[in-house]
Design a protein around this ligand. Structure first.
Ligand SMILES: *[C@@H]1O[C@H](CO)[C@@H](O)[C@H](O)[C@H]1NC(C)=O
Ligand SMILES: *[C@@H]1O[C@H](CO)[C@@H](O)[C@H](O)[C@H]1NC(C)=O
Ligand SMILES: *[C@@H]1O[C@H](CO)[C@@H](O)[C@H](O)[C@H]1NC(C)=O
Ligand SMILES: *[C@@H]1O[C@H](CO)[C@@H](O)[C@H](O)[C@H]1NC(C)=O
Ligand SMILES: *[C@@H]1O[C@H](CO)[C@@H](O)[C@H](O)[C@H]1NC(C)=O
Ligand SMILES: *[C@@H]1O[C@H](CO)[C@@H](O)[C@H](O)[C@H]1NC(C)=O
Length: 500
């Protein structure tokens, strides 16, 4: 019997029971009740507040101010979007002209909303130390998700393990909320496309897909509603291949990054204006802004760091989820031919290292990974690696492989002889161990420039920017908070515009 038939027979058994149906959350009586709150750095003095509602809002509004009892300012938009199979609308409002690095209180306007708060972004050039977390491949917990028991490495065990109601990584992000200022999550949210792994869902795929997204973003809201949560796409935002009836019958909204695009399009930034006095930098930053395509590729500045988010899924030659890609998903394109790579070149060339000494790139699929060639995205390496090296990117962050990995600075599969002491090549990490229904990937074979690899439990990375020359990178074990690994990268950062 095929795996699908086996699952189907379990599903039919479930159909006779009361549990057979998607786990859709109840719709609140007040349909303007905000859910899925999320924040993003939208500009040098701007924060975007995003949230969903169970009805379209004509005029989404947010009240805010620097004291909880004085929300004297209001910002509104007309941005309230949905797609055919969704039950919710994605709203976004930008709060402008904020004082930098200042605590603001905000309340999404609804008869049924509460006041929360955030720290506004640090101005480019502010050299105050801070920590940014990298949390990638993060799935739902609960009925349709993984458990906190550390025995999820085998997919075949999933239907037999009781779901836990707690998520170790989201829990750790909550208990350490004062230790970091923002999060990058470059791809794979919720794992809603894995709905078919739970027999209850097999006869109700379209609703199960939406139910998992709704529950996941509600689980994330205590984190994403408090800290800028910067996103880019992964394959799970477009996967239908795991659904055996995907030929023409993939649930609406599941393909082509539909939910991801609608949810984050107006939430993520384009590219910040240059803070450099150099005319070429100003013009390159303007070019990058024109070529950006949020939430797929874009950039932002935060204190001493410039972060560029890339899309490893579509929009370059043989991109894995594109029309000529290995995943056979026919996703995108989201820009004109060459647009993403032209953006990346202009964006990295615009960075004045005397203002933001650190340059970080984050994407989903790695081209350096343990576990052999299946884990390596060669078209990504062909498309992006030379540009990252040319402009002296300091750290490149990826996920996709479900564990924690760090590599000594490397270019063209060859370790930089300087190691961590002022290398020219980027330092690569994989922070894909946040936890999801697919479990962890074993470490497997290790390239000889591997610095660290861990797949025993769920984890995420922290990047602590100490000053112009030092950054400390660590992996945290989600269940215990233990620091599993720590490495310091030293970069002199004496060249204003790096081109090598
Ligand atoms: C108000 O919000 C809470 C929490 O989000 C929700 O559970 C409740 O149903 C809402 N009440 C109404 C009247 O919509
Ligand atoms: C989840 O974690 C919280 C905080 O650690 C705890 O208070 C709560 O009891 C846990 N819930 C379950 C169902 O384990
Ligand atoms: C995917 O979405 C983009 C943006 O809406 C669109 O341009 C593109 O044609 C879509 N691709 C497919 C295969 O439907
Ligand atoms: C990368 O290494 C290969 C040999 O492994 C060499 O042929 C090629 O020229 C190198 N490319 C660059 C850009 O250094
Ligand atoms: C690492 O492996 C490559 C080939 O896979 C080899 O050329 C190189 O010498 C090795 N480096 C070290 C330090 O062992
Ligand atoms: C940066 O921090 C490191 C580690 O604390 C310290 O040794 C170094 O002197 C600092 N450099 C500058 C330029 O402040």
């Amino acid at each position: 019997m095929s795996r699908f038939l086996a699952l189907l027979s379990v599903a039919l058994a479930f159909a006779a029971s009361t549990d057979a149906a998607a786990d859709l959350p109840p719709i609140p009586a007040d349909k303007t009740t905000p859910i899925h709150q999320r924040l993003s750095l939208k500009g040098p003095k701007a924060i975007s507040v995003g949230w969903n509602t169970y009805e379209k809002l004509d005029k989404p509004c947010v009240s805010y101010g620097t004291a909880a009892n004085k929300l004297t300012q209001t910002a509104c938009s007309t941005s309230s979007e949905t797609y055919p199979s969704s039950r919710t609308w994605s709203n976004a409002v930008t709060l402008e002209n904020l004082k930098p690095a200042t605590t603001y209180y905000y309340k999404i306007q609804s008869t049924n909303s509460t006041t929360d708060f955030f720290l506004s972004g640090r101005s480019a050039g502010d050299k105050t130390p801070f920590t940014m977390n990298a949390v990638i491949d993060l799935g739902i917990y609960g009925r349709d998700g993984y458990t906190i028991n550390n025995d999820m490495s085998k997919r075949s065990m999933i239907p037999t393990i009781d779901p836990s109601l707690n998520h170790t990584t989201i829990g750790r992000l909550a208990t350490t909320i004062d230790d970091y200022e923002l999060i990058v999550h470059s791809g794979d949210f919720a794992y809603a496309d894995d709905w078919y792994l739970k027999p209850q869902n097999l006869l109700d795929g379209k609703n199960a897909y939406e139910a998992i997204l709704e529950n996941f973003y509600e689980q994330l809201a205590p984190i994403s509603g408090r800290k800028p949560y910067m996103v880019s796409p992964g394959n799970h935002e477009a996967d239908c291949t795991e659904v055996l009836y995907h030929q023409g019958a993939c649930p609406d909204g599941q393909s082509n990054f539909t939910d991801f695009y609608v949810r984050f399009e107006n939430n993520m930034p384009t590219a910040f204006p240059s803070s450099s006095s150099d005319n070429n930098a100003i013009s390159k930053a303007n070019m990058a802004k024109a070529l950006s395509k949020p939430p797929f590729w874009y950039s932002f500045d935060y204190g001493q760091v410039h972060v560029t988010m890339i899309n490893t899924e579509t929009d370059f030659d043989k991109a894995p989820d594109g029309p000529d890609g290995s995943a056979n998903l026919d996703g995108g394109p989201f820009g004109s031919p060459g647009q993403q790579l032209n953006f990346l070149e202009a964006d990295l060339a615009s960075v004045d290292r005397s203002v933001t000494p650190w340059v970080i790139v984050a994407g989903h699929r790695p081209w350096y990974s343990t576990g052999g060639s299946d884990n390596i995205c060669t078209p990504c390496q062909d498309a992006f690696e030379k540009t990252l090296y040319k402009h002296g990117v300091d750290i490149a962050i990826f996920g996709h492989v479900h564990n924690a990995q760090a590599f000594k600075p490397v270019f063209n599969n060859t370790a930089d002889p300087a190691g961590f002491n002022n290398p020219e090549a980027p330092y690569y990490i994989v922070a894909g161990g946040a936890g999801n229904i697919e479990g962890l990937s074993s470490v497997g074979s290790q390239p000889n420039f591997t610095d660290y690899a861990y797949a025993d439990d769920y984890s995420y990375a922290t990047l602590s920017f100490v000053n112009k020359t030092n950054v400390d990178v660590a992996f945290i074990r989600s269940s215990t908070g233990q620091k599993l690994y720590k490495q310091t990268l030293y970069k002199a950062h004496n060249t204003k515009f790096v081109s090598q």
